[in-house]
Design a binder for this molecule. Structure first.
Ligand code: HXC
Length: 519
């Protein structure tokens, strides 16, 4: 073979690999409204930046007539490229080759890029679209999954890991995405479950559709497994690019700073009027978030799950932050099991990757009731408490209105190493609300007053007295638990100045093998 012939051979083999499972299967993939593995990578990464590894890998299985069925790349496209010029590792499962099912060599390819990503400190993005374990490979496939799981675990908290689900993801295969930091699901074509509808029917007799068992909608609203539901794969891939703009490449780097023209001292006069005079009236805390962040931008995470707490990324003077905010507009912003778990995981993500945490508090307490108690609110609430107390990143807390009881402590209070704790004049920081307090404190007297009108008058007087004495920020400020009481319209400036002074903050937890967060 001449040199030119050898080069031609390479070009031909590359072209063959790029065709995956062949034209027909690519057409079938497109007909399902799905992109191919390589099309997805091209949309995800900066143009021309993708370098593919292991294009010529094939499987090593002889049984089931597999020796005659070989496809270059063996069902997964792996390599690296850049997003906004920053190095990213990626694997993209190719459904056109054996349904994207995972073989021993397929797993080895993924492990190779995961290992390199850890060595150089770069994120791993996984694009999932797979029929699960390659049945013909038996236990070698299971071992391959476990090799990936182990790397997911060791990478956790060292490099960011993001999973997009663009097709099937079933059986044990779900556990790799579950071990990563964020999961994105495409609305129409993705599903995730440990056991599918047929097995469910056989074992429990329950009739349930694929969508109701593991579609993007249920995982975005009911289980909370999915952090984002997107209408199209293109939207999902652009979203990953956007997410990366808030996240550092590894746990030793600071988050990327962006230039902004938004003035640091922009006053938001309407914030002074935002809190309703009636403490039981709801308002949308997202109005506060959008008013104070750079360019009014906020990337909300798990938007449709546990809506009583809001989490997401934003920037202040170009510095990425994680925002956690009670939402008075939904269940009065109460803390329950789902809200505690949702916020706790986010706080831990931010802390692992040096992203400061801004907490906006308006919380009436924990949700009472047997459903919550028997569901383990004690342990789940403790997760959020633990996450805040363990976090060593800069923590700025603004109490907007209610901050009652145990929930006050949980929501990044001063004693959980809150660095800057501010309150608006509308804040009510107390053991409980006026109504509950009067019922407890004046119970005996109330039972003695028979006349209804007289009783109501007494209650109103006592409630007023309580509000005057306790339902305000000054009690907490008196003891230094609140560093300052600020005008709402100044909030943006105070956060930016706080972040600046805290940018050199150093805080540590005692040396240990690892903590024992209440799981
Ligand atoms: C080998 C597979 C495969 C698999 C699909 N294919 N799944 N090959 N191993 N697991 C092949 C098909 O034979 C077919 O090959 C091609 O991929 C496309 O599959 P279709 O069935 O034609 O596609 P579709 O109708 O879209 O259905 C997709 C599907 C279905 C729902 C994913 O293929 C399916 O149910 N597959 C089996 C899923 C499964 O049970 N996996 C094992 C789960 S246990 P041709 O040549 O016709 O194109 C597991 C354990 C993991 O994963 C444990 C980890 C710890």
């Amino acid at each position: 073979m001449t040199n030119q012939e050898k080069i031609n051979e390479l070009i031909e083999k590359r072209a063959e690999a790029r065709m995956g499972g062949g034209e027909k299967r690519i057409e079938s993939q497109h007909n399902k409204g799905k992109l191919t593995a390589r099309e997805r990578i091209l949309l995800l990464l900066d143009e021309g930046s993708f370098e593919e590894y292991d294009m010529f890998v094939t499987h090593r299985t002889k049984s089931f007539g597999m020796w005659d069925q070989k496809f270059l790349s063996d069902g997964v496209v792996t390599g690296h490229g850049t997003i906004d010029g920053r190095l990213i590792y990626v694997f993209s499962q190719d459904f056109t080759v054996f349904g994207g099912s995972l073989s021993e060599m397929f797993a080895q390819k993924i492990c190779k890029i995961m290992d390199q990503a850890m060595q150089v400190g770069a994120p791993v993005i996984g694009l999932n679209d797979s029929g699960g374990a390659r049945i013909q490979e038996g236990v070698r496939s299971l071992a391959g999954y476990a090799e990936i799981f182990q790397r997911n675990i060791l990478s956790s908290g060292v490099i960011p890991q993001i999973s997009a689900i663009f097709g099937p993801c079933a059986g044990g295969a779900v556990y790799s995405p579950a071990l990563t930091d964020f999961i994105i699901m495409s609305e129409k074509s993705s599903y995730m479950f440990v056991t599918g509808p047929k097995v469910v029917k056989t074992v429990t007799g329950e009739d349930i559709s694929v969508e109701d068992l593991g579609g993007a909608n249920v995982h975005s609203t009911k289980s909370g497994i999915s952090h984002f539901m997107v209408e199209s794969e293109e939207e999902g891939l652009l979203l990953i690019r956007k997410m990366m703009s808030y996240i550092p490449s590894n746990n030793l780097e600071e988050p990327p700073i962006t230039e902004t023209k938004d003035p640091i001292d922009r006053l938001e006069d309407e914030l002074n009027e935002l809190i309703p005079e009636n403490p039981n009236k709801p308002y949308d805390v997202k109005d506060v978030i959008h008013a104070i962040t750079d360019e009014h931008e906020f990337l909300e995470i798990q938007r449709n799950y546990a809506k009583n707490i809001i989490i997401g990324f934003a920037r202040f003077n170009g510095m990425p932050v994680g925002i956690v905010a009670n939402q008075p507009d939904y269940l009065a912003g109460v803390l329950d099991i789902d809200a505690s778990r949702k916020a706790a995981r986010f706080v831990r993500f931010c802390d692992a990757f040096n992203i400061p945490i801004i907490t906006l508090v308006d919380v009436p307490g924990f949700l009472p009731g047997s459903a919550q108690e028997l569901g383990g609110i004690i342990i789940h609430g403790a997760k959020l408490l633990f996450a805040y107390g363990e976090a060593t990143v800069p923590k700025i807390t603004i109490t907007l209105r209610k901050s009652y009881g145990g929930a006050h402590d949980v929501m990044s209070c001063k004693q959980l190493r809150g660095d800057l704790n501010y309150a608006w004049p509308s804040a009510e920081i107390a053991v409980m609300g006026a109504k509950g307090a009067v019922e407890v404190l004046e119970g005996k007297k109330l039972r003695e007053i028979v006349d209804k009108e007289e009783r109501q008058k007494f209650i109103s007087e006592k409630e007023e007295e309580y509000i005057e004495n306790f339902a305000n920020p000054y009690q907490a400020a008196k003891y230094g638990f609140i560093d300052d009481i600020i005008e709402p319209r100044n909030t943006r400036f105070r956060i930016i100045r706080g972040l600046k002074i805290l940018s050199t903050k150093k805080d540590f937890n005692p040396p240990k093998k690892h903590s024992n967060i209440p799981l």
